[in-house]
Design a protein around this ligand. Sequence first.
Ligand SMILES: *[C@@H]1O[C@H](CO)[C@@H](O)[C@H](O)[C@H]1NC(C)=O
Length: 356
Amino acid sequence: MNPPSSSSSLVFLVLVSLLLSSSSLAANNNELASSEEVIRLPGVTGPESLAFDCNGDGPYVGVSDGRILRWNRTLKQWFEFALTSPHRDRKLCDGSTDPNKEPICGRPLGLKFNKKTCNLYIADAYFGLLMVGPSGGVAQQLAISASDGSPLHFVNALDIDEKSGVVYFSDTSTLFQRREYQLAVLTGDKTGRLLKYDPSSKKVQVLVKGLAFPNGVALSKDCSFLLLAESTFNIIHKVWLTGSKAYNLEPFALLKRSPDNIKTNKKGDFWVALNSYRSVLPNTDHNEIVQKEDQNPWWIKQDPVAVKFDGNGETLEVLDGGGGQKLDSVSEVEENDGRLWIGSVRKDYVAVVNNV
Ligand SMILES: *[C@@H]1O[C@H](CO)[C@@H](O)[C@H](O)[C@H]1NC(C)=O
């Protein structure tokens, strides 16, 4: 999940200035190819995160009405897979795109399968950290508060250490709920946290506090560190998980656009989704925005909507949105089968780009 939404022009100004902070990245241009396709959702929006199961089937997506849907590639059809609350009212919720219903319907944001157990872990902005087995249904709530007693308030993204079953996840704000995320950005809220769920103790430990819109979380291949997006500051942090530096933050990448979810590919490289905000900037087209940053060629020539880093922070690839509408709101990029599967907290589709 990522700021902002449509209403306040003040938000837009704040965000434009955030987007224009400086950094330099040299990379190959990955033009949006003609081989792209779009998989429409059935009347709902916001497939923020994507996941593929143990068999490589999917994607699975969490959507605006609180359900987790599964794509059947043979039938080319979406099916309901899971819910994040046993109390979800189908009449009220099914098909909803109304953020005000989220506290009742749920809003699954982060998704990730543990490939060892085939269980799906879910970060629901309202219902905390959950897990559901391979056949789906109503997910089991794993945690709704941390061991210091503080409630989970805006759970956003997660990753799993498959050896230990430990889940690392972000709680974006202790003050604002997901549907109020613009306020978290506008007020410079710094109550976000990085947390750790240990399945043996069933406890949630607060690892890092005081973060400004912590968002994507992704573990390195050897699980020695994770990357954490702090969206308000356009920063990716490296967080060591072992040794004397454990839970210290180191800068990993400074970005020009706001980072959202982070996912690793099979090699252990990291895809960071960048939000352009073009889809929510009123009366502003791509050219107007890019002209403001005329001293930076990377920014002018490209419309970076995602960037792939190796574990050392070297840029491997940039996904270019081409200034168009199709990729003007990218929340997550999941590399699977030589393709990039692209989620968005705003769109009513999953985009797929061939990436050979
Ligand atoms: C897709 O649907 C068909 C027909 O119901 C079923 O046989 C198949 O197992 C489904 N595929 C997946 C991946 O669920």
